[in-house]
Write a protein that binds this ligand. Sequence first.
Ligand SMILES: Cc1cc2nc3c(=O)[nH]c(=O)nc-3n(C[C@H](O)[C@H](O)[C@H](O)COP(=O)(O)OP(=O)(O)OC[C@H]3O[C@@H](n4cnc5c(N)ncnc54)[C@H](O)[C@@H]3O)c2cc1C
Length: 467
Amino acid sequence: MGCALSTSTARSGYRNLSLWHETAPDDWLPRPALPGDRDADVAIVGAGFTGLWTALYLARAEPSLRIVVVEAETAGLGASGRNGGWASALFPASHASVARRSGREGAIAQHQAMRDSVDEVVRAAESEGIDAHAAKGGTISLARSEAQWARARAEVQEARSWGRGEEQVRLLDTAEATDVLAATRVRGATYTPDCAAIHPARLVRGLAGAVVRRGVTLYERTPATAIAPGRVITRSGIVRAEHVIRATEGYTRTLEGLRRRVIPVYSLIIATEPLPAELWDRIGLRRRETFTDHRHLIIYGQRTADDRFVFGGRGAPYHFGSRIRPAYDRVPRVFEALRSTLVDLFPMVENVAVTHRWGGALGITRDWTASVGIDRGSGIAWAGGYVGDGVTTTNLAGRTLADLVLRRHTELTRLPWVGHESRSWEPEPLRWLGVNAGLQAMTWADREEARTGRESRIAKLVSPLIH
Ligand SMILES: Cc1cc2nc3c(=O)[nH]c(=O)nc-3n(C[C@H](O)[C@H](O)[C@H](O)COP(=O)(O)OP(=O)(O)OC[C@H]3O[C@@H](n4cnc5c(N)ncnc54)[C@H](O)[C@@H]3O)c2cc1C
């Protein structure tokens, strides 16, 4: 992450990053960089959702705190500005794996906190005057083969075993599912009301403005090279603070000594031109429900406020050494696969133009578990490892980090993910081999299921390793 771009190039570069960047009402003019050494009470590294939610809740709770955020490029440059816009209650670890560490009650509390956080995202944006184009229509997950239908039923059964009733997740039969979303080969679906579709760049840029209005100092184009107890080290100076918060997610490798903590894995997205009303009458998503299906290699979509499809998925490779490059955001093979999957789902969009293509790096820890925490000895705190479920989880992280920094013992600081530490990833080339083998296996599993109609054996073997 260099800062070699001139201001005007940076501005047009930022705007061209994605549909969201282009359509956020923003001049993308970077704020000034850190001018030299300075003192603060809390120093946050990274101005994505994690860093900005944390700054917001801290500033709300203690307006006199001196909070500094240093951002390598500009707020919302990372995953927070580019994602699929699902503010869902999905937590990046299953109930069972949370329960193994923290018991049944802990797993249930963690999930309930996520459900509450969906509402908090919408409420907090509104109360800060941010129009994030939010619509809480829930999520429909289609089943489009017998194997997917079996997984859909198993998912609902599993939810019931955790005390989650019809009001949280339910099965839809073919007619009900098609009424919500008229895709091809619909056998049924699961539906949960716990998701809001949002415009992520509107939200993240709105949060940046909100924290600055509340007195937080945000230095942009100021990459940190290292964090240490009481210090954030950058090329243009050192920020000294009692608390230092790492909020760098997929980019964590840019910090000295943290190369193997969180790896960047790419997710890619396409967006169409706005669709005419008569096409949406045939397709559905009347309440802007977010959508996916029960395949192995994740796909995700939403109907935007201006009536486009935004549709994304995995499938891009992990890059050797956890490298991140702008070029990795654009993989023609994956964009084409996304377009043909969208047309396979909705043949009526065959002639609709794809107007935007982009991607970004999400962050994955070795045990695929997100966490938030603080080391009392060093004053260093962190949050991350959200995989593809960070939009809402970052809000929970921000509120939790604020409580931890302010030494408040609350329901949030007792949640199971607080203080969890994932071990480091393997050195290369093992990391590269393992991650790409896992991604490839998921693609094969989907192909096998499409061909045979039965649950894939490959998926059964690999799933436990990557969930
Ligand atoms: C394509 C894509 C689609 C996704 N879709 C969804 C979705 O629909 N729903 C969902 O819940 N989640 C989704 N996610 C995941 C979600 O976007 C992330 O989990 C979340 O935005 C992470 O927020 P963050 O603030 O922790 O990280 P980021 O938004 O990545 O922010 C990190 C920030 O830190 C800055 N930074 C990094 N290193 C340094 C440094 N050394 N010094 C200073 N600053 C630094 C970066 O420039 C960046 O601005 C998606 C992710 C991607 C990439």
